[in-house]
Write a protein that binds this ligand. Structure first.
Ligand code: PMP
Length: 768
């Protein structure tokens, strides 16, 4: 940014010509973007402010002038500079600087006193006084309106998310510092952004820093520089002041004093108090990102590092003390209750003990230090202290945790009726019609069940009923469910810890893994194994009832099968008389950037099984098949499922379909997933063997060495634990436990993707 070029002589001339001021003495003042001069004149001291059109366009200057005039008639006007009109009566004169660049000149009254930055450390009394002065200013500005006040402005704290684009520039040599900025952004994104619309808003001054406050003793006698004034949540005023004026050695007590003074004049609403800590940290992160951006452009500017030192210290100190302590201190000083978002949290350690005593030990908890999660919203989960964790693995809460439309659909239907499918109800029929409308013919008959496992169980029964055969072919590494039959069918389980080995009715097809498989990316070569499986099944006298396959493999390690595998495998299975079952329990409903993962493979299964994302966490599964197979299954025995297809489940599932469509989540998964995959491929780490996947279903395979591809499970575990400690939830899978899985809710945004990239990069660097 170039400041206007105006020398002393030109400044004198402007003051004389424009304002008729006889200048005795003139001194240039410090300024970030403007050029300001202190003038000693017959009429007293004045400030001549010159700004360039490029950095402060006319409407913004008009906004400032209008705000100052509005305030001049109100109590806080006593602390503010007055606008001195030019000889022609206007507040602003259009000028050109000495390089010919357009700009404006203004004259304001001078406020004498000491600049806060130049005085001895502030007393408690002064901090309280400043709090009161800012609250008075905010109250006086309530009701003010101007066309330019909603301007697009990077220092507007509610728009702090722009810093997501610059995370790679922040503290390149100091990962711990960068992590603070990433976390400030994350908490802002998770906690503040969804609540912005609920906060009271107005024009705020927005720049209470130690260079803009004039003090005399314990009084604040001047508040200057309205260059950052903007419409924003009112609480940003206080957050900005706290970011600059907290005592670095005692940030909580000093913040509490300032807030106490503020709330004497303008009591904080519970939500304002709840978000204040995150707003202060966000402001510090914005300042530091802005200075990182400048440092990248001016690498030799040592002053930048010096000037950002207090912000780093305060960000570190606040982060260490944490939101709970900060909010309690402020609440106590203001005589308010500290807000509790979700009441009823119990002691975490005691809960862990109780769980261990009552729940079966085979039920696992994620992470070495298990999380106590009490709330979810969008892509974020919140622990008992309201710390936000970025959820990069929950593909069940598909359209976002606690999506309001799904919540409302469940609540409304639950309040009216929940029963089974033995009565007519439009919910199940509507849903079956809507679901089939997304599918190619002949997939047109629906069974609703309660889980992915139930869906696969039913699919096997249908296939066996239709073919009269018994054996089933399955891809190595796959997981299809938790029942006895499905554990026997899932190599992921039967060949893993505690597994009972392969049963005679199960035929294995090698994993069509382009990265590790023996046929590389030659799909049909892997599919030849289906013929052998069918031959073995025939030889056993049982025949092959089905081939079960995920169109993109999940537990096997986030593998997109080798090109042409699915089509060739289906063809061979059908030739052997078997039914083709596509298990899209994980990858259906838009996850991979297409509504159905099979469609990109150019096949249509005979049976499609669905689950997990289908109802955003409400227990629903589905089987969709052809009229012919459904008829074969109708052998006289009723298929009854107590809960399957109940009206509440159908309402939840229907809401999910509607949200996917209305929010454009399929295209979003494709586009953001593509960006994320490319961003992860750029991670400069020799231990990343492969980044793969489709849409928002990605895997990062870690190896000891790229040539030998030796799996690196210990590192994968360490990376996931590091990310968890820093607020990002990932998991590990694959037969060698070395693939980091990424499958977030589809509402995952670009800011989330950038946070994930930064945190994964940090974790990889910290866990070599
Ligand atoms: N199939 C696949 C591909 C799965 O990933 C899963 C669950 N991980 C299941 C079936 C079983 O689903 P559920 O846990 O709902 O029974």
């Amino acid at each position: 940014m170039s400041r206007p070029q105006i020398d002393a002589a030109r400044a004198r001339a402007l003051a004389a010509e424009g304002w008729g001021l006889e200048v005795h003495e003139l001194r240039e003042l410090d300024s970030y973007a403007d050029r300001n001069f202190l003038l000693d004149t017959d009429a007293g001291r004045r400030v001549l402010k010159i700004s360039s059109e490029a950095s402060e366009p006319r409407p913004v200057l008009e906004l400032q002038g209008a705000a100052l005039r509005w305030l001049a008639e109100r109590p806080s006007g006593a602390r503010l500079p007055r606008v001195i009109p030019a000889a022609d009566g206007s507040d602003l004169l259009a000028i050109r600087d000495q390089a010919g660049a357009p700009g404006h000149a203004r004259v304001l009254s001078w406020i004498s006193g000491t600049v806060w930055a130049e005085r001895a450390p502030a007393s408690s009394a002064l901090r309280r006084e400043l709090g009161r002065a800012l609250a008075e200013l905010d109250r006086d500005l309530e009701g003010f309106s101007h066309p330019a006040m909603a301007r697009d402005f990077r220092w507007n704290l509610e728009r702090a998310e722009w810093i997501a684009e610059h995370l790679e520039l922040v503290a390149p040599e100091e990962p711990a510092r960068r992590a603070l900025v990433v976390d400030a952004l994350a908490q802002f994104r998770a906690r503040v952004r969804p609540r912005l619309a609920e906060l009271p808003r107005q024009l705020i001054y927005g720049d209470a820093n130690d260079h803009n406050l004039i003090v005399a003793g314990d009084r604040v006698v001047g508040i200057i520089d309205f260059g950052d004034t903007v419409e924003a949540p009112t609480i940003c005023e206080l957050a900005i002041a706290l970011a600059y004026l907290s005592d670095l050695d005692d940030p909580l007590a000093s913040a509490a004093e300032l807030c106490a003074g503020y709330s004497e004049r303008r009591p904080l609403a519970p939500l304002e108090l709840d978000l204040l800590f995150d707003l202060v940290r966000a402001r510090l992160a914005v300042s530091l990102s802005s200075s990182a951006e400048r440092a990248a452009a001016e690498p030799d500017n040592a002053y930048l590092r010096v000037s950002e030192a207090p912000a780093w210290r305060l960000l570190g100190a606040l982060s260490e003390r944490g939101r709970v302590a900060f909010t309690k201190a402020v609440a106590a000083a203001c005589g308010l209750e500290a807000p509790v978002r979700v009441p009823g949290a119990v002691d975490r350690e005691a809960l862990l003990e109780r769980r261990r005593a009552r729940l079966g030990p085979s039920l696992s908890l994620s992470y070495a230090d298990p999380l106590y999660i009490r709330r979810g919203e969008g892509s974020w989960l919140f622990d008992e202290h309201e710390r936000a964790y970025l959820d990069c693995v929950n593909n069940v809460c598909h359209v976002g945790h606690s999506h309001p439309r799904v919540v409302a659909a469940i609540a409304e239907q639950a309040a009216r009726l929940n029963t089974n499918t033995r009565y007519l109800h439009e919910g199940i029929v509507d849903y079956a019609e809507r679901l089939c409308a997304t599918l190619p013919e002949p997939l047109s008959v629906v069974f609703l069940v309660c889980s992915g496992s139930e869906a696969n169980e039913l699919a096997l029964r249908i296939a066996r009923a239709h073919t009269g055969a018994e054996q089933v072919a399955v891809v190595d590494g796959a997981y299809h469910g938790n029942t006895s039959t499905l554990v026997d069918l899932s190599p992921y389980k039967f060949a893993g810890p505690g597994g009972a080995g392969q049963k005679p009715w199960v035929q294995l097809i090698p994993t069509p893994d382009p990265y590790r498989g023996e046929h590389g990316d030659d799909g049909p070569a892997y599919a030849a194994a289906v013929d052998e499986a069918a031959a073995r099944a025939r030889a056993a006298g049982e025949g092959l009832a089905a081939l079960v396959c995920e169109p993109v493999l999940g537990c096997a390690g986030q593998i997109v099968p080798a090109k042409g595998f699915l089509a060739a495998a289906f063809e061979r299975a059908r030739a052997a008389g078997a039914v083709c079952i596509a298990d899209e329990v994980q990858v259906g409903f838009g996850r991979v950037g297409d509504m159905w993962a099979f469609s990109a493979e150019g096949v249509v299964p005979d049976i499609l099984t669905l689950g997990k994302p289908i109802a955003n966490g409400h227990p629903v599964g589905a089987v969709v098949t052809t009229p012919q197979l459904a008829a074969s299954f109708a052998g006289g025995m009723e298929y009854f499922n107590s809960f399957g297809g109940n009206p509440v489940s159908c309402a939840a599932a229907r809401a999910v379909l509607e949200v996917i469509e209305d929010e454009g989540l399929i295209a979003h998964a494709r586009e953001l997933g593509g960006w994320l995959r490319a961003a992860l491929e750029e991670l400069d780490d020799p231990g990343v063997g492969e980044v793969r996947g489709r849409g928002l279903f990605l895997g990062v395979e870690l190896v000891e060495d790229r040539a030998g591809k030796t799996p690196a499970p210990a590192r994968a575990r360490a990376v996931v634990e590091h990310a968890r400690r820093h607020g990002t939830l990932l998991s590990v899978d694959g037969p060698a436990h070395n693939v980091i899985k990424i499958k977030p809710p589809l509402c995952f945004g670009m800011v989330e993707a950038r946070i994930l990239r930064a945190r994964l990069a940090a974790a990889l660097a910290a866990c070599p």
